[in-house]
Design a binder for this molecule. Structure first.
Ligand SMILES: Nc1ncnc2c1ncn2[C@@H]1O[C@H](COP(=O)(O)OP(=O)(O)OP(=O)(O)O)[C@@H](O)[C@H]1O
Ligand SMILES: [Mg+2]
Length: 496
């Protein structure tokens, strides 16, 4: 079969990191090709080289049989290679149409933009991807899923033959994911090839023809999806068997640690009440947008709450200041870790120990050695891929940055730890390690609140499950009574 793309023997080094070692990848026309591997395996780096954002140290790239040099993103676009980054690269204050043609505005002449043509052409491409919005809408008003569609439309407007999607589904609801999958199938039918990066193997099996697996910057193999199963792919990624995906630890459950009564915050949180006990894992299930994150943000004091009562260990919390929440013994791993959890310019050590100040101090003095020790422990356990604890957080891969934020809170000893989507974007090995750490925390008497959009994770890890929908609590299930069906029933039950 003719190749669309062949990358051969690609090397890439960063200071102290061999990110890619002689990696090869071939893509066929009209193929959906998944690229998988643990956090830091080199997936994004390989794709940034292909799209002209990074320069390779060695190796060759062949495009439709011809050797090419891709030294800029413009060159990649000319060839027909488009990349859709995890953090969408859009100007929120421009309209859909303006975003589509940024840098190549449709003009009447040197001085005048051709608005009519811009709108008309934009419509052609938004229709092709099935995006049903007025092209004059500002991008800031669109959902993440819609903004992704704008990026796909943009790729098509460049006549892309290959579209790279770097973890496109990580912030989408199940329904939005289905819509994206349909769009990918449609593009494939039109002969466009897709590189699809994801940590969710069910998606890989649903959509990909072939899978390339990277491990530690090296090629672990390339297989046809129909010839393999999840275990095979996990073994290729991790290099070992992984059993027992939800290692739930049974620990004695103590007294109520956090209690929330009648919490209201805007439309998103309506009269939410719940309690969680020492040693307990309380899972929050629901669709994306059910109000789970908003509930936690309000009680932690990040967002304004309108009314409600919060107690930690019997003491009232005003809920107006994160510092007050932290002092009372709450820890919070937010959903959007890049924006809310991590200081990119600080090192892995500084980020990890930021919230654990007390533990790392000896006689009220910051103790560097202690900090390094604690950080190193989490780097090892969570497999944070970094040349050292003094690496700046911005140089880590997306998933490894997330691990640092999680380590930061695991390193503190909170009374209650709230985890919002703790394993999103995290590879399978570290996912299990995070679950084990949650178990260790409950054994020490910490109360854990976990929000997850992955129902198997909620069912596998929680002692009790609260189901939210459209801002309010729809019901509560014990570990014994909870099943996928029961949760869905509660979500779609009419409000009482
Ligand atoms: N600009 C950079 N400076 C230094 N090191 C970097 C840089 N970009 C990537 N790296 C390192 O290269 C390695 C590969 O990172 P990459 O982002 O390609 O991983 P990934 O497979 O995409 O992981 P994830 O699943 O976490 O997104 C990592 O160890 C990362 O820390
Ligand atoms: Mg990545």
């Amino acid at each position: 079969m003719q190749q669309l793309l062949y990358m051969e023997g690609i090397d890439k080094n960063f200071p102290g990191v061999r990110a890619l070692k002689s990696v090869s990848l071939d893509i066929r026309p009209g193929e959906v090709h998944a690229l998988i591997g643990e956090n830091g395996a080199g997936k994004s780096t390989l794709m940034k080289i292909l799209s002209g954002a990074y320069k390779k140290d060695a190796g060759r790239i062949f495009w439709q049989g011809q050797e090419v040099e891709i030294d800029s993103t413009t060159r990649a676009a000319e060839l027909g290679i488009s990349i859709i980054y995890q953090e969408l690269n859009q100007m929120p204050n421009l309209s859909v149409a303006e975003n589509l043609f940024v840098g190549r505005e449709r003009r009447k002449n040197r001085f005048l933009l051709d608005h009519k043509r811009t709108l008309e052409e934009a419509q052609v491409f938004t229709r092709r991807v099935g995006l049903d919005v007025d092209v004059r809408t500002l991008c800031s008003e669109l959902s993440i899923a819609q903004r992704q569609m704008v990026e796909v439309a943009k790729a098509l407007s460049y006549n892309a033959r290959l579209i790279i999607m770097d973890e496109p589904t990580s912030s989408l609801t199940d329904r939005e994911t289905d819509i994206l999958m349909d769009l990918i199938r449609k593009l494939k039918d039109e002969g466009v090839s897709i590189v699809f990066i994801s940590h969710k193997l069910n998606e890989v099996f649903a959509i990909a023809d072939r899978v390339t697996v990277l491990r530690d910057g090296e090629l672990a193999g390339c297989v046809e999806t129909k010839d393999c199963d999840e275990e095979t792919l996990i073994r290729m990624m991790v290099g070992r068997e992984l059993t027992d995906l939800f290692p739930k630890k049974e620990v004695p459950i103590g007294d109520v640690t956090l209690s929330v009564e009648g919490l209201n915050a805007g439309k998103a949180v309506q009269n939410v009440s719940f309690t969680v006990r020492a040693g307990e894992i309380l899972g929050f299930a629901g669709l994306v947008g059910a109000g789970r994150s908003e509930t936690m943000r309000a009680l932690f004091g990040i967002d304004r709450m309108d009314s409600g009562k919060i107690w930690v260990d019997g003491k009232v919390l005003s809920g107006h200041q994160p510092t007050e929440a932290i002092e009372a013994g709450l820890g919070f791993v937010p959903e959007d870790r890049k924006l809310q959890g991590l200081i990119l310019g600080m090192t892995v050590r500084e980020n990890t120990t930021l919230a654990a100040m007390e533990e790392t101090k000896v006689n009220h003095m910051v103790n560097r050695k202690k900090e390094v020790e604690i950080t190193q422990e989490y780097v090892d356990r969570l497999g944070i891929r970094t040349p050292g604890v003094e690496q700046k957080a911005m140089n880590l891969s997306g998933g490894n940055q997330q691990k640092v934020v999680i380590a930061k809170w695991l390193a503190t000893d909170p009374k209650v730890l709230i985890l919002d989507e703790p394993t999103r974007g995290i590879d399978v090995g570290a996912k299990k390690e995070i679950h084990l750490l949650m178990g260790e925390m409950t054994a020490r008497g910490v109360a854990v609140v976990m929000i997850s959009s992955e129902l198997p994770e909620v069912l596998g890890m929680s002692d009790r499950i609260i189901v939210m929908h459209e801002g309010s609590v729809r019901g509560e299930l014990s570990r014994e009574e909870a099943t996928q069906e029961r949760v869905m029933e509660l979500i779609f039950s009419t409000k009482v």
